[in-house]
Design a protein around this ligand. Structure first.
Ligand code: PEP
Ligand code: MN
Length: 293
């Protein structure tokens, strides 16, 4: 797909030599580097769907949601043990205990686990339990943290900073790559634009998805949960993301029979909705952009 002229990123070969598509003719104009997480392959044609709670709150809650995510046919489990909360008085996650719960959920369901690391001092600990380490939006430009996850020997899910340009986002990925780790999946999760917070939580920037694919060979996925903040919008946003070329989705799910989640309850979808999204995603071969190209 040729979208030259939409964005000017002419400095990329200098600022991101390791990840810039132009510097790597082996990937041609469209090929993606496949990032493998315990047998789950990002960028290999079939979109990857990750589901799970916003936060690990208890063993029962996590196992119930993990089972539902597995029954829905999703590929991976998400869940935060360390949570970046706006208020320090809000639930901060279960920490090490949460990581152990995620391990138990992986053991039972077989689903690989992605979870967030926030503190460079705890990256090693998170890497012991996680199959993939998530860098959250608020930490996208925490350069010591990026270098540390670059050395941790695990694939990384790098969320876009909520106010980050594409150049800044790819620059953050380059910090990880510079440590020798090219197993990076990028994730658009909604940005702060003038309308953010008025009728949805953030502004879902789907235009960035084809741009990412044009400028780097790394896979890119979309988080429709944080981007919209509204459960009813998650399914349409997921479909739209795939049409824009997203190579996967990361979605927050709640067990509707259990207590209301302590974090991000308004955006959590039920397992039946996740199952519909998984069906749509796994059948989705090629994007609308590619079909008209
Ligand atoms: C999350 O995925 O749990 C999360 C906190 O997301 P973000 O960093 O995109 O806000
Ligand atoms: Mn959340």
């Amino acid at each position: 797909m040729n979208i030259a002229g939409l964005v000017s990123l002419s400095d990329l070969p200098r600022t991101c030599p390791l990840l810039c598509r132009n510097n790597h003719p082996e990937y041609g104009e469209a090929r993606t580097r496949v990032v493998e997480v315990r047998g789950v392959r990002f960028g290999d044609g079939r979109p990857v769907v990750i589901g799970g709670p916003c936060a690990v709150e208890s063993c029962d809650q996590t196992l119930n949601v993990a089972r539902a995510v597995q029954r829905a046919g999703a590929d991976m489990l998400r869940g935060g043990a360390y949570k970046p909360r706006t208020s320090p008085h809000d639930f901060q996650g279960l920490g090490l205990e949460g990581l152990a719960i995620l391990s138990a959920a992986r053991e039972e369901t077989g689903l690989p686990v992605v979870t967030e690391a926030m503190d460079p001092r705890l990256v090693e600990q998170v890497a012991e339990f996680a199959d993939m380490i998530q860098i959250g939006s608020r930490n996208m430009q925490n350069y010591p943290l990026l270098a540390e996850v670059g050395r941790a020997g695990k694939p990384v899910l790098l969320k876009r900073g909520m106010s980050a340009s594409l150049v800044e986002w790819l620059g953050a990925a380059e910090y990880i790559a510079k440590q020798g780790n090219l197993d990076i999946v990028l994730c658009e999760r909604g940005i702060k634009a003038f309308a953010a917070g008025e009728y949805s939580r953030y502004v879902l920037d789907l235009n960035v998805v084809p741009a990412v694919r044009a400028y780097t060979f790394l896979p890119v996925i979309v988080d429709p949960s944080h981007a919209t903040g509204v459960a009813a919008l998650v399914e349409p946003a997921s479909r739209a993301a795939l049409e824009f070329g997203s190579q996967g989705l990361i979605i927050e799910v709640a067990d509707p029979t259990a207590a209301r989640p302590r974090c991000d309850a308004a955006q959590a979808i039920d397992p039946d909705t996740l199952a519909r999204i998984v069906q749509f995603a796994h059948r989705h071969i090629g994007t609308a952009l590619e079909r008209v190209a």
